[in-house]
Design a protein. Structure first.
Length: 184
């Protein structure tokens, strides 16, 4: 290939337009048999102006398409960034949900343990409470029926009198715990 001088027409579109311009100028200057024709200066200028306008219009279209491509590239980058942010947020929310489910499982276990402990406390104190209710309803009859010495009966009564406030306190705590479980 021969060395070509540097030209302002460097893009393929500009090169094609340049060839069209050269062909148009040659067609204006030469006849069918290759003989030089009289050059119509006004016609050549009109053709040159029309081709120059076409080149300018096509260059404007290329610039518009390049601007659209740049705008779409920016929009695509923004959408990718938003997609990454949404994915990150979804992952964080999934981690939060997993932590909440784990805490909920622990709380369910603690509630079951608390219910079991409460039921055992109720069973332990219900026998003592039943005996105290019987003694309160018929203290004289209970004293007569009890086997053993009267001093043992007196000691038992003193022990019951000392234990009664503590049993009443435990009963109140149990009522509160039962009410709390009932509201949950």
């Amino acid at each position: 290939m021969p060395n070509r001088p540097a030209c302002a027409f460097t893009s393929p579109l500009k090169a094609a337009l340049r060839r069209r311009l050269c062909y148009a100028l040659i067609a204006c200057g030469l006849g069918a048999n290759g003989a030089a024709l009289a050059v119509d200066a006004d016609g050549a200028r009109a053709t040159l102006g029309r081709i120059t306008n076409e080149i300018a219009a096509q260059e404007a279209e290329v610039r518009a398409r390049q601007a659209d491509a740049a705008r779409l590239t920016d929009e695509l980058a923004q959408l990718r960034a938003e997609q990454i942010a949404v994915a990150r947020s979804a992952q964080e929310q999934e981690a939060d949900i997993a932590a909440i489910e784990q805490t909920l499982g622990k709380l369910a276990v603690e509630a079951a343990i608390g219910r079991a402990a409460l039921e055992s406390r109720i069973a332990a104190t219900s026998g003592a409470a039943t005996a105290l209710v019987r003694l309160a309803r018929r203290p004289a009859y209970a004293a007569l029926v009890m086997p053993g010495e009267p001093t043992d009966l007196l000691r038992g009564g003193l022990l019951l009198r000392a234990a009664l406030p503590q049993l009443e306190s435990q009963a109140a705590q149990l009522r509160g715990a039962i009410a709390k479980l009932a509201t949950n």
